[in-house]
Unconditional design. Structure first.
Length: 237
């Protein structure tokens, strides 16, 4: 009897752990940049992901990871999202409580929370957003990862998988070294359809600065000279 009770208890703990570890992942595949940031071929659009995890009862963790991009600000919000019921959320740096959000990984930058969200351009109108500290061409610190938690009574991951008045569930303002703009992810509980919304000239990644090119060139020269010396040493009479 005791063994059966232990097995039942173990199964219950396992189910709770599995429930808390469940995650939904959405790909940033909608390109709203005036000059497409993601190459201009919708089928290839992949600016990164948004991962939603049920961290605990009422608490959802939002992890945003960009793919070969960094967050940007300067006129557009850096990341925007919605929550079902539109609760009045506020930012905390202490222990998270009901109707609060807390940053758990700032990616090396400083963030300001907005309720309601600021400008997200073609991605639509959102309830909430984060704006990073500005720097030339990117957020200060060059973050490509950002993570925070939301605590709302009864909240599950599905509570953030809503578009509201926006065109997508999530939007991020990104930079690739050449161009900047919004990218979007999610269509309710489903993935968004890959799309490039503007027909400008697709942006390539930034060309390395002359100093970088010079360093690469000098490195190649050094390697060549070393190889030549070794060859001469092996063939010396």
């Amino acid at each position: 009897m005791t063994r059966k009770l232990l097995l039942v208890a173990l199964m219950a703990v396992t189910l709770v752990a599995a429930s808390n570890a469940s995650a939904d992942v959405f790909t940033f595949n909608v390109d709203y940049c005036s000059n497409p940031c993601l190459g201009g071929v919708p089928a290839n659009n992949n600016a990164g992901t948004v991962t939603l995890t049920q961290a605990a009862t009422n608490i959802v963790t939002v992890l945003v990871q960009l793919n070969n991009l960094v967050f940007h600000d300067q006129g557009l919000e850096s990341f925007a999202f919605n929550v079902t019921g539109n609760p009045a959320l506020s930012l905390t740096t202490g222990v998270i409580a009901n109707n609060q959000v807390k940053i758990t990984n700032d990616g090396g930058s400083t963030w300001t929370f907005h309720n309601p969200a600021g400008n997200t351009d073609g991605a639509g109108t959102f309830m909430y957003s984060f704006e990073c500290a500005a720097a030339p061409g990117q957020c200060a610190g060059g973050p490509s990862t950002f993570e925070f938690q939301v605590d709302v009574t009864g909240l599950t991951v599905a509570g953030l998988e809503i578009k509201g008045s926006a065109n997508v569930d999530f939007a991020a303002n990104v930079a690739n070294g050449t161009c900047t703009g919004m990218v979007g992810a999610g269509n309710g509980t489903a993935q968004s359809t890959p799309a490039t919304t503007n027909d400008g000239t697709a942006c390539a990644a930034a060309v390395p600065e002359p100093t970088t090119l010079a360093l690469v060139g000098s490195g190649l020269i050094t390697l060549g000279m070393t190889a030549r010396r070794k060859w001469k040493a092996r063939h010396a009479v």
